[in-house]
Design a protein around this ligand. Sequence first.
Ligand code: UGA
Ligand code: MN
Length: 253
Amino acid sequence: PVIYFITPTAFRPAQRADLTRLSYTLAHVPNLHWIVVEDTLEPSKCVSDVINRSRVKATHLFAKTRTDMKMKYADPNWRLPRGVDQRNAALAWIRTQLSDATTGAVYFGDDDNTYDLRLFDEIRKVKKAGVWPVGIVGGLFVETPKIGANGSIESFNAVWKPERSFPIDMAAFALNLTLVLQNPNAGFSYDVPRGYQESTFLEGLGISRKNMEPLAASCSQVFVWHTRTEKPTLTKEKKKMLERYPKNIEEFL
Ligand code: UGA
Ligand code: MN
């Protein structure tokens, strides 16, 4: 199956660096379609350049985050959810452009995470909804489902909001494309409590803990890490311009 790898991406000083690194990872993966959704009003030259240079098969979309939901550069990253409008735009594209598809896998791959190439083999195994551990997230070295003797999910080791129906990160799961087509209303929303994007979306797809498929050797292997690139302070730069989300972003690259 083709892997549809959905990446929301927003302007910041490290955007080109993070996307370049990601593009070099994806260039090693056969049969992958990269859906890049820029948080802008129009596609930027920076992101187009990275995509084109990578030679990865890609679709470049854009969807600007609602103004009242857009964080300022200096905001702590947990203040508002990120990637909501961008992931919904990618889902809408999939539902219109691939409406007749009978195979395919959908994965939400943020631009700053670190991906082991073995992750893509796991994504391709997904029948309905696959799940695996994620490194360095939720205050843990590894956040993961715990697998019982019968091979299904028994519980989750999450410490942060473990009461969620799926206390996992966006990078922890992949879906069969047909599930996305069969549930046209499933998506991301600003109308959910902090940390509930994953749970709300998976519930909307009719997934339950019972029917999720534990992959990566029964969740014993880590193939993706929730790394975060340090936010540079750029004290010697035009900091004020950054806060205002410059139109002329090339100035900062
Ligand atoms: C965590 C999760 O790993 C994300 O998948 C989730 O979207 C996010 O929390 C959340 O709860 O909103 P984190 O590292 O804190 O991730 O988030 P970022 O990496 O800053 O953002 C996630 C993705 O959205 C990135 O690919 C980023 O480029 C993009 N983004 C960020 C936007 O499209 N617009 C923004 O304003 C900010
Ligand atoms: Mn991140």
